[in-house]
Design a protein around this ligand. Structure first.
Ligand code: AMP
Ligand code: GLY
Length: 434
């Protein structure tokens, strides 16, 4: 098959690798907005263009005989690239624009859970004007203000983290009403977050392992939010989760997939990536994304033993139940090397060099540019190092060694995947439950 992949970050680099290594892939076609040096070496058909330009993407797909497409990032999905490709007769293992609302509209998803009686919502309300807002938050306790739509991770304001008094939160909510027409206000949940990504074909939901991301930029979970500084997974499940917690999250995704089909009249095809939180009173949904997580893709796809192209085809055909999808029972740790100053004032256009990477570690390029005289960083997350091991301790040591090998004006979180940090999370959960 000739398979089109849209996007050019580390998530897409590992997707490209998994697609290219499938015996079913005759040719990998890449449409990205920059040249990812790792992806470039996997294909000779790589087009650099605007990821928001559906016409250009369809033209590239048609010229190169694409039969199947998969979209990495959220913006092209929200921009309807899947609808455009499908209209041109190209199958896609990613959701249409309408289905993409699962991620692109937080209000849509909260309302869907409510309408179909699916557990997992915190107390919430969507406001189109400030009427009743002050009374609502008074009864809520600590709260979170969420802009609808894609805001690159900057549309969520948590009391205690991003604002202090209720008045400040209400001011921020009013601004979102002015700019977007509405805003979601919800109860602030307390617990441990985890990612559960699932392959979905509309009727069947196949989970990947549970993974924990680290959004804060600095060690000890301090500093501003980022796209994700690193992730880890255990051979079975994250240590602060019970099997029943994973099952509860799975059931939410199963019910939401069913509700989406009923509500929108078409199957959800693609990845449903639930950001969940296990709390004192059970599992809650923070949000859904309609694509692979970044860095979570590095953990999950490193462990994936089944041919990814078989899975993509089964998603499109609605036959996921007929596949035996397996992940190797190993631990993984992924650490992102990022420019100094990231995310607020990142160093840009400086050279870096990857040193000795130990065996058992793979790396994937993100926001970098391969120039004649070497590798340059462009300002966002630069290179993701992912290690596997029998234990998280083993994988962490390898990932740390690899990430530390990079020379140049870059940094990374040394604490991700360490016993100390993970124990803190387990203790936090135990304290909360008792
Ligand atoms: P989101 O963009 O929805 O993933 O939100 C970004 C981050 O805000 C999440 O990863 C959480 O850490 C935090 N967050 C979002 N909603 C809530 C909530 N209801 N309670 C506590 N934290 C939240
Ligand atoms: N890991 C965060 C995200 O992909 O949105």
């Amino acid at each position: 098959m000739r398979i089109l992949l849209i996007g050019n970050g580390a998530r897409e680099h590992i997707l490209a690798k998994k697609i290219a290594e499938s015996p079913q892939c005759e040719e990998l076609l890449v449409f990205g907005n920059a040249l990812n040096p790792g992806m470039e070496s996997l294909t000779s058909t790589y087009h650099v263009g605007d990821l928001e330009d559906n016409e250009a993407i369809v033209a590239f797909a048609e010229q190169n005989g694409a039969e199947l497409a998969v979209v990495g990032p959220e913006n092209p999905i929200a921009n309807g690239v899947v609808d455009a490709l499908r209209a041109a007769g190209i199958s896609c293992a990613s959701p249409t624009k309408k289905m993409g609302q699962l991620e692109s509209s937080k209000g849509f998803t909260r309302d869907l859970l409510k309408k179909y009686g699916i557990e997992g919502n915190p107390s919430f309300k969507v406001f189109e004007s400030e009427e009743g807002m002050a009374e609502f938050v008074e009864n809520l306790g600590a709260f979170v203000v969420k802009a609808d739509g894609l805001h690159g991770g900057k549309g969520v304001l948590v009391q205690g983290d991003h604002f202090e008094s209720a008045g400040e939160g209400l001011e921020a909510a009013k601004k979102f009403i002015d700019s977007d027409g509405h805003v979601v206000i919800e109860e602030k949940l307390v617990g441990q977050e985890f990612s559960l990504m699932s392959f979905v074909d509309g009727d069947h939901v196949v989970d990947m392992p549970t993974i924990q991301d680290h959004k804060r930029s600095y060690e000890g979970d301090k500093g501003p939010n980022t796209g994700g500084m690193g992730t880890y997974s255990y051979p079975d499940r994250l240590p602060f989760l019970e099997a029943s917690d994973v099952e509860a999250a799975h059931q939410i995704t199963v019910k939401v997939a069913k509700a989406l089909k009923e509500e929108l009249g078409e199957p959800f095809v693609g990845i449903m990536y639930g950001g969940f939180m296990v709390t004192k009173t059970g599992v809650r949904l923070i949000e859904y994304n309609a694509r692979f997580g970044d860095p979570e893709a590095m953990n999950a796809l490193t462990l994936l033993e089944t041919d990814l192209v078989d899975i993509l085809k089964a998603q499109v055909d609605g036959t996921l139940d007929q596949l035996d999808i397996r992940f190797s029972k190993k631990a993984t740790v992924c650490k992102y090397v990022v420019p100094e100053g990231y995310p607020s004032a990142p160093v840009k256009n400086e050279q870096i060099e990857i040193g000795d990477v130990p065996e058992g570690v793979d790396y994937y390029y993100a926001s970098v540019d391969q120039r004649e005289d070497g590798l340059y960083i462009l300002g966002s997350r630069s290179v993701a190092f992912v290690a596997t091991g029998e234990t998280v301790e083993e994988a962490e040591k390898l990932a740390e060694k690899a990430a530390s090998s990079v020379s140049g004006p870059v940094t990374h979180r040394k604490d991700i995947g360490t016993r100390e940090l993970i124990e803190k999370r387990v203790e936090m959960m135990e304290a909360l439950k008792n």
